[in-house]
Design a protein around this ligand. Structure first.
Ligand SMILES: C[S@@+](CC[C@H](N)C(=O)[O-])C[C@H]1O[C@@H](n2cnc3c(N)ncnc32)[C@H](O)[C@@H]1O
Length: 589
């Protein structure tokens, strides 16, 4: 049965009906509930009291469930909430003050009441009124079924978590042993943007990302991350603990930001849960646990929540390096430095139906299935992440039109130099105009991004940013033209095949693989990023490999791919990687 769109058990409904049928004043009704269950301000006004009384005397009220996507609504089941509180109790955690910042239907509140006997005050905050009611009903249900358990003073507040004054609680209860517990909304600000939702903190740029970062996606943050950070910041000076169920990415970000935030938290744990089983969603999520009011620590132990909490790995900061596995990193850290070559992201056009071409019987065919006539001048082969399977590639399945040689280059030249290409692009202007990203605003017609001198280097060593395969690919020219990569890939470009082969061998070495495994996070959206790749110190790697080993590997590649690469340029390759006085290197792409 539902009341105020909230589920209510028969037990609670009969009880409320019985208790309130002869109660006509708001104060009396609230006092009655407070005396029995410790819940303060159960009814906010007379109207709520009267409506509830009327509703519980009706039988079945069916209400359609609204779409709650903007509230990242994934209610924790009571069984999991109980297991989590039992886990905390096993650490001798017994709070006097419990705070659930976005309490939903209240299962963490019930689990806390069930497993922490010393609670004196409990606060739950929730934006969705039916859940506020459901929490309150569930609390009454719990107390009716467990009449002898401790009844703290409880306040369930209907409020936006971003407006709630947590600092006031921190001040009022500065001597209490506190526990912040819950499961904040699973939603990102970009998802909220797409839903046109206002469910955002006022300062959305809370990590001080620049406008450009925000445009390129770095400013995309989880609402849960903001809430977790706020809770830590507010309560870090109080004795107690914090446990919040969040996405893995949120935990990683909090540990990453800990180097600058230096929050007073320690004993940090990531306890992995099975979100498919618990929430029926395929999202990597875990419990983030930390002790408050302790000297700041910068690493996190990772456990499986279900398997006796055996620690799998430890990640975080080791001196000034952020790594995904501290144990394995220690054995590879000598190559953690700065790559002498600049890693670049591939080409971006956001217009695949027009810009992505197949070659069928000598003709180009676009994504709209149109046969297209173009001059060859601006057409280049292009590879995507899924193409980078082999160690060496010399031809592409797809082609693209490279309209610019550098970002922002005027595209008027296409009309005179490549009239057919121009006509084709012009005929499809509307597709370019429909591109949503703000990077294309006020840019020349048919603009692309991820383009520069490096795009036109004949030999490229590349890796997919998306895939979890730790192998690099050498890309050779196709029909004497350099092959492009799309923006899911990262590349370094060379004029000499020798340099590219040496780089390939170094990057595909066992040491590089172990290093990358120690610094990348398998659940990241992009396993490899420019920042990660720039950490591979190729010069140091080159010092670790013997010439005999190099020769063997070069020979194998020569035979397999019919190449004719020698070791003769090795010394000049090394020289190129040694920083010059100016700090510039000749082969910087
Ligand atoms: C992932 S659910 C978890 C609910 C509850 N903590 C639990 O563990 O079952 C997130 C909850 O946050 C609530 N919520 C979303 N945005 C909120 C906001 N701005 N202020 C307060 N609550 C919010 C949602 O309505 C939802 O109940």
């Amino acid at each position: 049965m539902k009341v105020f769109e909230a589920n209510i058990t028969d037990q609670v409904s009969y009880f409320l009906n019985d208790t309130l049928k002869n109660t006509f004043s708001l104060e009396k009704a609230n006092q009655e509930i407070f005396d029995r269950f410790g819940i303060r301000f159960f009814f906010n006004n007379d109207e709520e009291l009267e409506t509830l009384k009327k509703l519980i005397s009706d039988t079945c009220i069916s209400v359609e469930e609204p779409d709650r996507a903007e509230f990242g609504d994934f209610q924790t089941n009571l069984d999991l909430a109980n297991k989590i509180t039992i886990y905390l109790a096993s650490k001798n955690i017994s709070p006097e003050l419990v705070i659930e910042p976005t309490c939903g239907k209240g299962n963490f509140i019930i689990a806390s009441l069930n497993n922490f006997p010393d609670i004196k005050y409990l606060y739950g905050i929730e934006i969705y009124k039916p859940y506020v009611w459901e929490s309150k009903f569930n609390i009454i249900d719990f107390f009716l079924s467990n009449p002898h358990v401790n009844k703290p003073e409880i306040l369930i507040v209907h409020c936006n978590v971003f407006d709630f004054d947590f600092k006031k609680i921190a001040k009022e209860h500065s001597i209490n042993n506190i526990l912040v517990i819950g499961n904040p909304p699973w939603v990102t600000n970009s998802k909220l943007g797409s839903l046109n939702s206002k469910n955002l903190p006022k300062k959305t740029n809370f990590k001080n990302h620049s406008g450009l970062d925000a445009m390129t996606g770095k400013g995309n943050f989880d609402i849960a991350e903001f809430i977790t950070m706020t809770m830590i910041q507010t309560f870090q000076n109080l004795k107690g603990n914090l446990l919040l169920l969040v996405k893995n990415s949120v935990i990683k970000n909090i540990i990453f930001d800990q180097s600058k935030n230096k929050f007073k938290i320690s004993s940090i744990e990531k306890l992995c849960i099975d979100s498919k089983k618990e929430f029926n969603v395929s999202v990597e999520a875990a419990l983030f646990y930390c002790k408050l009011n302790s000297p700041p620590t910068f690493e996190c132990r990772e456990f499986d929540f279900y398997e006796n909490q055996v620690s799998k790995i430890k990640f975080g900061w080791l001196n000034d390096k952020f790594v995904s596995n501290i144990e394995t990193y220690i054995h590879t850290k000598e190559i953690d430095g700065k790559c002498p070559f600049v890693w670049r992201q591939g080409l971006k056009h956001d217009c695949s139906s027009v810009m992505e071409l197949d070659k069928v019987n000598g003709y180009y065919v676009n994504g709209l299935n149109e046969e297209v006539k173009l001059e060859e001048g601006l057409v280049y082969g292009i590879l995507k992440s899924s193409d980078l399977k082999n160690e060496v590639i010399n031809h592409s399945r797809k082609f693209t039109i490279v309209t610019q040689k550098s970002i922002g280059q005027d595209t008027k030249y296409i009309k005179t130099e490549y009239p057919e290409t121009y006509q084709y692009l012009k005929d499809h202007t509307s597709y370019f105009e429909a591109r949503k990203s703000s990077i294309y605003i006020n840019k020349p017609l048919f603009s692309i991004f991820g383009i520069g001198d490096y795009s036109f280097k004949s030999y490229k060593v590349a890796i997919s940013g998306l895939y979890k395969t730790f192998h690099f690919t050498l890309i050779l020219p196709q029909d004497d033209k350099p092959v492009m990569l799309d923006d899911t890939c990262y590349l370094v470009g060379f004029d000499k095949i020798e340099y590219a082969i040496y780089t390939l061998i170094l990057l595909n070495s066992d040491l590089t693989m172990r290093f990358l495994q120690s610094v990348t996070f398998p659940d990241a959206k992009r396993t490899f990023t420019k920042d990660i790749l720039m950490r591979i110190d190729l010069l140091e790697l080159a010092k670790q490999i013997s010439k005999a080993e190099l020769l063997t590997k070069i020979e194998l590649l020569n035979i397999k791919y019919k190449l004719n690469v020698k070791l003769e340029l090795w010394d000049s390759f090394i020289k190129e990687m040694i920083p010059r006085n100016s700090g510039q290197m000749a082969i910087f792409a």
